[in-house]
Design a protein around this ligand. Structure first.
Ligand code: XMP
Length: 319
């Protein structure tokens, strides 16, 4: 794709010009955007870049291992992996307001990046995989809507005191363009084809207070859902699919005993840029199969519902 090849060369030139001989830290979230940003910046400035993968305790099953092995083994890009589960979960304890949760997480990411920057002798720049839709949905002073819909953690909520400047080479791109750029940069198809995953991670898929127990339940249920989607050959036909653990208990019956457990919502949408989306029309057999497996295999869930809301009026994530 000659357009992307040209974009890539231009982006590399811009990064070199902005960064000069400075040091850059790039936060990896496990998603496609931050990975593409990191590989692009690495092509531009090589070992002036250090990547940091923060395990927030809010990642999906196996996520940390996949990212670490992609960068260390496939690309040979230096990567600092920080296990910060404790820090994130304790900062989120007691908090159930969606915007406060997002801001708490955004602030903690910066704290961790600053800590890790010290570890590599200081960094002048923080790189993020911010996309165009993130910019227009979160920023009210930049030509976007006058109402903030959500503070995407990689746009809103950055503390003013942060003393690193931002490098955001994907700011003009939409998701499909980022994927094209990723291919141009030689990222494996298995990685490029991954569904988007938000920076705040599972925290915004656990409405209400986030706890480790809830995150564990959600991880198990989400893994079953995605496994069934793959088995049905549907993964690549869906733009994004995930489970949401609701702070609602309902009465059920297992064997001859009463249960009183959580409701889990399944979400799947099709979209081109995340700005609008349609719910995915699974057949009922499929949904029934997933519900049965989750209820049988995941302790703590006794009811499964499917979200049939499109965007607008719903957003893709529940928070
Ligand atoms: P919403 O929920 O706003 O989501 O309809 C649109 C797309 O953006 C993802 N998303 C985020 N990505 N940081 C990110 O990097 C964030 O804070 C964030 N919030 C939502 C969401 O998963 C969907 O793909």
């Amino acid at each position: 794709d000659w357009t992307m090849a040209a974009f890539k060369e231009e982006a590399i030139a811009k990064i070199r010009e902005q960064v000069g001989s400075g040091r850059v830290i790039c936060g990896l979230s496990g998603g496609v955007d931050s990975s593409v940003a990191a590989v692009l910046i690495h092509e531009a400035i090589g070992d002036q870049l250090t990547c940091v993968f923060v395990d927030t305790g809010l990642m999906r099953t196996g996520e940390a291992d996949q990212v670490v092995s992609l960068f260390r083994e496939h690309y040979n890009i230096p990567l600092v992996a920080a296990d910060e589960e404790e820090r994130f979960l304790s900062a989120l304890a007691g908090e159930s307001d969606p915007e406060k949760k997002r801001k708490t997480i955004g602030k903690l990411f910066i704290d961790v990046f600053e800590d890790k920057a010290k570890g590599v002798g200081g960094a002048d720049f923080l790189a993020q995989g911010t996309l165009y839709p993130d910019v227009i949905e979160s920023v009210s002073f930049d030509g976007g809507p006058s109402v903030t819909i959500k503070s995407h953690h990689n746009v809103g909520g950055l503390p003013e005191r942060m003393n690193m400047k931002l490098v955001e080479p994907l700011r003009e791109l939409f998701k499909d363009e980022v994927r094209a750029l990723g291919r141009e940069l030689g990222l494996p198809e298995s990685f490029i084809g991954r569904h988007p995953f938000p920076g705040p991670g599972l925290a915004i898929r656990i409405p209400g207070e986030v706890t480790k127990d809830k995150a564990d339940i959600l991880r198990k249920a989400d893994a079953i859902y995605i496994e069934e989607i793959r088995k049905a050959g549907l993964y690549d036909s869906i733009w994004q699919a995930f489970a949401v653990l609701l702070p609602v208990q309902t009465v059920g019956v297992m064997g001859d005993a009463r249960t009183y457990d959580n409701v889990l919502a399944l979400r799947a949408v099709n979209s081109t840029d995340g700005m609008t989306a349609d719910y995915f029309p699974f057949d009922h057999d499929f949904l029934g199969r997933v519900a049965t497996r989750i209820i049988n295999e995941v302790r703590g869930v006794n009811r499964v519902v499917y979200d049939v809301t499109s965007k607008p009026p719903g957003t893709i994530e529940w928070e």
